[in-house]
Write a protein that binds this ligand. Structure first.
Ligand code: ATP
Ligand code: MG
Length: 415
């Protein structure tokens, strides 16, 4: 006997309406990515731990406390992917993709983080992911934000989110800002949260992302990134802004916005919502020009974003209607056998057919109605003997007897 007959904390079974929502998000995403000329990539769900540790940053929450890391039977240190960018960057290098110039990729699938579960936050969750690798141009960032906006429009939720944009600058700007932040927070070292005190030494930018209330208050008077951007970083941001203005995507500059992972440079952005309670980021991304070099690959710029499928799915008000099926309703043993064959044939030719294996006529008709069936095909043993079936229009409630051989022609008129 299994002693814990339930999913592991932070994981969930997805089915019914919820599964349809998630699938709808992925279908829309795929369609948008194809329109933007992106190709699909699927990378393994686990990688050598170093792939994440070296790139996401030792001080990031993800690496310091959220990774599912284990030693496999061969003694390799393995981590279940907490995000997809590092794996895709690894694939870019191992698959020799630099030969293709600019590479535009999309991916989706499960990610794993050991977090405190709550609404919209799970230990196994699912992300959509897009990356442009090999393009240092700000237009690549604009295209990716445009792609996100198109997706939100297609999902019918663009009105429920807003875009916040920041620049984390190039390495020179970041070093200058880092110095200023360190100086500022040093004076408050005693009151900083324990986590942030550690961040102060190793990565003070990370403090901007602190969720500690005390830290957040100190942040109000902290130096602003925008005052430390050098000319090149400023120009890059201006170009991204001009691109967004030109396509008509609205945004708000938030110069406190940092992303949870270390690899970002220049552009950082989040699409947020106030409709999901406290935790409102649905899409987050930015530029990562140092990531691939840091990994040991050729210096290659990159930019991308990830979206939480569960969070997008929750925001959708109404799913598109399902195609209406035909309900097969046999009554009697011989008819049941024949009905299976009719259903099989219809399905093979592209019709949507539902069957139930038991119940009287009334119950089966009720079930057909519940499934919004368009027609019911009713056949009893007598009808079978005559080679006919009763075709019932479930909208008009009219029914007629037709020859079995006539069934497909009659159904052709169906929407
Ligand atoms: P948060 O601030 O919510 O922890 P994050 O900065 O860690 O987010 P990213 O690493 O940027 O998140 O991931 C991109 C998106 O993936 C998030 O905006 C969110 O929609 C989704 N996401 C991240 N972590 C989880 C999780 N544990 N459960 C569900 N969705 C998640
Ligand atoms: Mg997080």
């Amino acid at each position: 006997m299994v002693s814990k007959l339930r999913p592991v904390r932070g994981t969930r079974d997805t089915w019914g309406e919820e599964a349809r929502r998630a699938t709808h998000v992925v279908d829309c995403f795929r369609s948008v990515c194809e329109r933007y000329g992106f190709g699909e990539i699927s990378t393994p769900i686990f990688e050598f731990s170093e792939v994440f540790r070296r790139t996401l940053g030792e001080t990031s929450d993800v690496v310091s406390k959220e990774m599912y890391t284990f030693e496999d039977r061969g003694g390799e240190e393995i981590t279940l992917r907490p995000e997809n960018t590092a794996g895709i960057a690894r694939a870019y290098v191992s698959e020799g993709m630099q030969q293709y110039g600019v590479v535009k990729l999309y991916a989706f699938g499960p990610m794993f983080r050991y977090e405190r579960p709550q609404k919209g936050r799970y230990r196994q969750f699912h992300q959509l992911d897009v990356e442009i690798i090999g393009a240092a141009e700000p237009e690549a960032d604009v295209e990716l934000i445009g792609l996100a906006q198109t997706l939100l429009e297609d999902l019918g939720i663009a009105g429920r989110v807003h875009l916040e944009l920041n620049s984390l600058g190039d390495s020179e700007s970041r070093a200058a800002y880092r110095g200023a932040l360190t100086k500022y927070f040093k004076t408050f070292q005693k009151v900083l949260s324990e986590d942030s005190r550690a961040r102060l030494e190793r990565n003070p930018l990370r403090i901007l992302d602190s969720k500690d209330e005390g830290d957040r208050q100190l942040l109000e008077k902290a130096p602003h990134m925008s005052d430390y951007l050098n000319a090149a970083s400023k120009a890059f941001l201006e170009r991204v802004r001009a691109g967004l203005d030109e396509i008509g995507v609205a945004y708000k500059i938030n110069d406190r916005l940092v992303r949870g992972l270390d690899y970002y440079t220049h552009t950082a952005f989040e699409f947020m919502t106030t409709d999901l309670g406290a935790k409102g980021t649905v899409i987050g991304g930015g530029r990562y020009d140092a990531l691939i070099g840091q990994m040991g690959g050729p210096e290659t710029p990159g930019t991308g974003w990830a979206a939480g499928i569960e969070r997008l799915a929750m925001l959708i008000a109404e799913l598109p209607a399902l195609r209406r099926p035909i309900a097969m309703i046999p009554l009697g043993d011989a008819a049941t056998l024949k009905a299976s064959a009719i259903a099989y044939r219809l399905r093979g030719k592209g019709w949507y057919v539902i069957t139930a294996f038991r119940g009287n006529l009334k119950k089966r008709l009720a079930r057909a109605a519940k499934n919004k069936a368009r027609y019911a095909v009713i056949l009893g043993d007598n009808e079978l003997a005559k080679g006919v079936v009763t075709l019932r229009d479930l909208d008009s409630e009219e029914q007629k007897e037709i020859k079995l051989a006539q069934l497909e022609t009659e159904l052709t008129a169906e929407p």
